[in-house]
Each structure stands twice: as structure tokens, then as C-alpha cells.
Write a protein that binds this ligand. Sequence first.
Ligand code: RTP
Length: 155
Amino acid sequence: QEAHALQMERTFIAIKPDGVQRGLISEIIERFERKGFKLVAIKLVVPSKTFAQKHYHDLKERPFFNGLCNFLSSGPVLAMVWEGEGVITYGRKLIGATDPQKSEPGTIRGDLAIVVGRNIIHGSDGPETAKNEINLWFKPEELTNYTSNQEKWAY
Ligand code: RTP
């Protein structure tokens, strides 16, 4: 099947400050790359607290909201956009369950994290969230448009 004929979707993936500080950037990127997904945008940013509150606005009623926003804005976050067939759902599968105690071995959180408050990575949970999160974190001109060898051979 021709890559350009496929319905490609995009998702927002972020390595949180704990993942960056623990030196897990290359390990995490490798898993998405090896699967065959295509990196279309990437940047290292320290989000402000206000920005973190925007990102997690759905969770504002939760007791851990303030701590979570303080944590996300506490240091560099690696923000990325990945593209590929089924990347939103499969990205969540690669990441594993929210609580690393419940994540399967073989998943990013299962292999690399222990507690829910330090679960190293975020991934959009659906098409609508993916669109909103990509728009929140990236300007349109930061999203690249190219054909990768992955697309030529993985599809
Ligand atoms: P994410 O958005 O970061 O990918 O995580 P998720 O969808 O798997 O989980 P969600 O329920 O949206 O929660 C977002 C993040 O909040 C932190 N959290 N802390 N009980 C707690 O202390 C608690 N519960 C959730 C986690 O960092 C979770 O990823």
C-alpha cells in the first residue's frame, strides 16, 4: 500500500521532567522509532505553571492537579509529535498503564517507572486531545512534512 494513501494520524508525546532527568530520552525515542512511527516535531522546553495547567485542564478538579502542574513545570520536558497509522492508540500501548505498578513489562512505564506521580511520559488519549495538545505545544511551522524511509518500507 502506498504510504500517502494511508490515513496517517498524529499524536502528542512528552517526556516529563523525571524522564529527561533520568536520561531516558534516547531509550523512549528509540521505541517509537523502531516501531516505524515518524517523528514530525521535537523540542525541549520548560513549561510555565500556567502552561502546565492548560495542558492538564481536564484534571483541574483532581486532588493531585496542583502537584502535577508544579511537577510538569519543574524542569525540561521533551515535547514531540509522532505520526503513523494508529499512532494515538498504539502510542498509549507502548507507554503502558498510567500507574507503573499496573503497566505491563515491555511497556515504557512498566520497564522504566515505579510510581504514578513519576511516570516519565505523557501521550494523547484520543484524536481530539491529540489535535488540541499538538496545537497547544507547537506552532504550525514547527511541524515538519516529509516522507520517511519508514513510510516507504513499513506500509
Ligand atoms: P498522561 O495524560 O500523562 O499520559 O497520563 P494518563 O492519561 O495515563 O493519566 P491521567 O489520568 O490523564 O493523569 C495524568 C497524569 O496525572 C498524574 N497522576 N497522578 N493519583 C495520582 O497521584 C495521580 N494520578 C494521575 C500522572 O502523572 C498521570 O500521568
